[in-house]
Design a protein around this ligand. Structure first.
Ligand code: ZN
Ligand code: ZN
Length: 406
């Protein structure tokens, strides 16, 4: 008799269902379910007891495998009303059952086993694939069913909906994200006129609620590839972002028509383009990305500047590192530290009296206003210092992000 049949003989000293018998040999061959494997092993042993009439007699799973249809039905019920095409099943098994089975394997010397949890997940997954006509996806499922087998409880974990796009912002009074009132933190107070926010609207407010309405979600979040100052316009190709909607009931959205709806509703404050499905890992990558950016900045000097002085700027700054201590204007919400950034290029676009328009290309995270006026010496070197005349920034626009520049 083979070693495996001997092992099966030892195992069958106690009542076992075919699932739990087959799982002793799970890694022996592919293409069979554990139940089929258990059935075959049992049939090859002349003295094996007949298959269990009552699954709950199984000394390992206590009848759990008799309940998989029920668990699948609970999952199907929990997912009613949600649109999804892929899913994954996760089960929580009573720790006592798991420990008993492991002790049993040690006792009989079984080494080609599979955990009860892995088999439950797979078998319930197969039933659900048939029942719901959806596909199991291990990598990026639309929903995850978390089954607690002890209490017949299913929690549906719905993967958020992620939509990528680029936005342009034409307003100098619009923050990128919703900004709760500093005084009341969103509850509404005299300072914010009861609105609970510092600004009437935001880029997020013009995009998120529309997506949420179509996706029938519960909450929305906005992830930008960095952000511009409230009073800076965002031009050129726009800034990449991913909008996130939690617990969406609809996933197959008509994004071109949503894009038109956003643009029509924005009243010229922003527009968006290139909306397409995204995912969580893209959120991570746009948040970590450090593309250089191009800016157009209009500056007023306290007196007229000689052209020769202006021409020195490029030589003094382009390709050079500058050091920036956290600016005064953001010091209340950012840590104080010195950052080193590189100004890649600085060009003079126009000069009108004491007003000069510069086009600057700089590392991601460079404080451009401070590069101009110096922020009381916190940014060094700076334009005002090199020219020898104090200046103020009148207007700032971001005109390009990354290698695609306007
Ligand atoms: Zn069993
Ligand atoms: Zn308030």
């Amino acid at each position: 008799m083979s070693d495996r049949l001997e092992l099966a003989g030892r195992a069958l000293q106690r009542p076992l269902c075919n699932h739990c018998l087959g799982r002793l040999f799970a890694s022996v061959s592919r293409g069979l379910s554990n139940e089929q494997r258990g059935f075959l092993v049992r049939s090859s042993l002349p003295e094996a007891p007949a298959p269990l009439e009552d699954m709950s007699q199984c000394s390992v799973c206590k009848g759990l495998f008799g309940e998989i249809e029920k668990f699948a039905s609970l999952c199907a019920k929990e997912s009613e009303g949600y649109e999804f095409s892929t899913f994954l099943v996760g089960t929580k098994i009573d720790a006592e059952i798991v420990e008993n089975e492991e002790a049993f394997w040690t006792e009989i010397g079984a080494k080609e086993t599979e955990s009860i949890k892995a088999e439950m997940n797979r078998e319930i997954g197969k039933i659900l694939e048939r029942k719901l006509a959806k596909t199991v996806d291990f990598g990026n499922p639309d929903v995850v069913f978390l089954i607690d087998t002890r209490f017949d409880k299913v929690v549906l974990d719905v993967t958020p909906l992620f939509v990528y796009g680029r936005y342009r912002k034409y307003s100098r009074e619009l923050p990128q994200t919703r900004w709760p009132c500093r005084e009341c933190r969103g509850k509404g107070c005299p300072r914010c006129g009861g609105k609970g926010r510092m600004y009437e609207s935001s880029v997020q407010d013009l995009i998120g609620p529309i997506l949420m309405k179509h996706a029938k979600g519960t909450e929305e979040f906005f992830h930008g590839m960095g952000r511009e100052d409230i009073d800076a316009r965002m031009l050129g190709n726009g800034r990449p972002f991913v909008a996130e909607v939690r617990k969406p009931k609809k996933r197959a959205l008509d994004l071109p028509s949503i894009q038109s709806e956003v643009n029509a509703g924005a009243g010229g404050l922003i527009d968006v383009e290139g909306l397409r499905p995204s995912n969580r890992s893209e959120v991570r990558s746009i948040k970590e990305s450090t593309h250089p950016k191009s800016y157009r900045v209009r500056v007023r000097f306290q007196q007229l500047i000689e052209q020769g002085k202006l021409n020195e700027l490029a030589a003094a700054l382009a390709g050079k590192p500058i050091s920036q201590l956290t600016p005064n204007r953001v010091a209340h919400r950012r840590a104080h530290l010195v950052r080193e950034r590189t100004v890649r290029d600085i060009k003079i676009e126009s000069v009108e009296g004491s007003e000069v328009v510069f086009v600057v290309e700089a590392d991601s995270g460079t404080y451009i206003k401070e590069l101009m006026h110096g922020d009381e010496g916190r940014t060094k070197p700076n334009v005002a210092e090199i020219v020898g005349v104090p200046c103020e920034v009148l207007e700032l626009d971001v005109i390009g992000i990354g290698d695609k520049e306007a």
